[in-house]
Design a protein around this ligand. Sequence first.
Ligand SMILES: NC(=O)c1ccc[n+]([C@@H]2O[C@H](COP(=O)([O-])OP(=O)(O)OC[C@H]3O[C@@H](n4cnc5c(N)ncnc54)[C@H](OP(=O)(O)O)[C@@H]3O)[C@@H](O)[C@H]2O)c1
Length: 264
Amino acid sequence: METRPFAGIEVPVIGMGTSKTYDVPEVDEARQQITDVAIDCGATFVDSSPMYGNAERILGATLGTRRREAIVATKVWTADDQEAERQIDASLRFFDGHVEVFQVHNLVGWRPRLDQLEARRDAGQVDVIGATHWRADAFDELEAVMRSGRIAAIQVPYNPHEREVEQRILPLAADLGVGVILMRPFAAGGLIGRAPDDAALAPLAPFGVSNWSQALLKYGLSHPATSVSIPATSRPERMANNAAAGDGPWFGAEEKALVERLAA
Ligand SMILES: NC(=O)c1ccc[n+]([C@@H]2O[C@H](COP(=O)([O-])OP(=O)(O)OC[C@H]3O[C@@H](n4cnc5c(N)ncnc54)[C@H](OP(=O)(O)O)[C@@H]3O)[C@@H](O)[C@H]2O)c1
């Protein structure tokens, strides 16, 4: 698994999201297997949020004694200052007292949230502070937060159907040295149902692509400003398939244009 620099640390290019897929009442065999496969494959960057129901608790429980092998990214998501403190405390409990990447989810109350996260960083509980948004109409505000110098990471969508970040957000991240977590590589599954046949994907075989999901993962990671892609899955074998897209060579303009045509 290739690694890239990200806010002063090295991260694997493929990680894992937990929205919907880890919102189950208790740890089950599938969730335990997915986490184990992710860590075994080197897809050790795992992303969660209090917005995802039980996901943080389930992720923390499945990491278990392997917690230190993972790079945990989670979020705070509330307009209320006291509730934010409660969310941050809960996250720290789920992840053994430390969170590597703490993000302001959807920029909700970002000024007071950054004050709180900076205090947690000063206390040694958090390493990297970031911010996320999934909608292009929030990117002006995200850009302002990036320019504030208070965050070292962003999380944004990027796939052939959601390319708005190419215009200003990714170039700015590269200029500022801000790490980029790529969410929704499959457009929340919306791009997966359009899988082209093997003949259409044949030109991508020299790039190590053996199926459509790998083509989509490589599409996003071929932008040089990106650090780590976080596909979510509820099936362990898909986690292994996704992790296998984590090595170069990366696509050039021709291959990216092909994926865009196949996704159209
Ligand atoms: N505002 C925010 O900060 C924000 C917003 C959205 C997402 N996120 C983060 O980004 C992560 C990823 O985004 P997402 O979960 O919305 O969407 P996604 O990763 O683009 O797509 C997930 C879907 O793809 C399917 N899938 C995964 N691997 C596959 C494979 N190899 N073959 C076929 N299907 C596959 C999954 O179905 P199966 O379960 O059936 O495999 C699932 O339905 C989230 O989990 C979350 O951590 C953050």
